[in-house]
Design a protein around this ligand. Sequence first.
Ligand code: UDP
Length: 238
Amino acid sequence: MDKKELVYEGKAKKVFKTDDPNLLIVDYKDDATAFNGLKKGTITGKGVINNQMSNFLMQIIEKDGIPTHFVKELSERETLVKSVTIVPLEVIVRNIAAGSFAKNYGVEEGIVFDEPTVEFSYKNDDLGDPLMAPSHAIALKLVTKDELNLITDYALRVNAILKDFWKSRGVTLVDFKIEFGKTADSTIILADEISPDTCRLWDSETGEKLDKDRFRRDLGGVEEAYAEVMKRLKENDK
Ligand code: UDP
């Protein structure tokens, strides 16, 4: 499958057309941004790690009955995926208080919730991806009520799968962001990526951050953290 014209270039990925209108090729870059593009940098090797990690996790999720965009890994940085129209909602699931949750509510990071939370942000860079009430997403016709219920159900199931998986690798899944897309036949499937760019992952023993917060917060050891979490992913169950 050859790459045709570039259809989209985002912060961390390029997306190309293929001969098949239902399939696209995603090419992962080492570029990193944070704070809505205000902070820019490079994390050497990130594209390879994010591509391989996302594909690995998407396949676990697919096996558990949630449809995903994954088709085939083509190279270290390139993957063939199903073409979708992205639902313009960032779906965020949290198990532990961190990031914007801790900031917005004035609480310490690290509070462990009894039940996971689900929230939505409107994917709109000009508006700074504002938090969005579910009824507002329906009012704006970004999704139907049924689609939103399905997306919420999928998001919680993805959380359960990923939480268990990372636990077996000595890593705590704090929170993550996922995106869904609609195929030509209007099926909702999991799209985008699942990687240390989009998840908070803490070492279960030491609490060390093994994700993009090292870049966002200038903690150093960014490349090392991505490599460590990739090594853990490939380990057998502990
Ligand atoms: N996240 C993301 N992209 C975004 C915003 C958040 O992938 O544009 C992820 C982030 O890595 C974290 C989770 O979503 O795992 C929750 O992020 P939060 O709302 O706390 O925002 P942040 O503190 O990253 O601004």
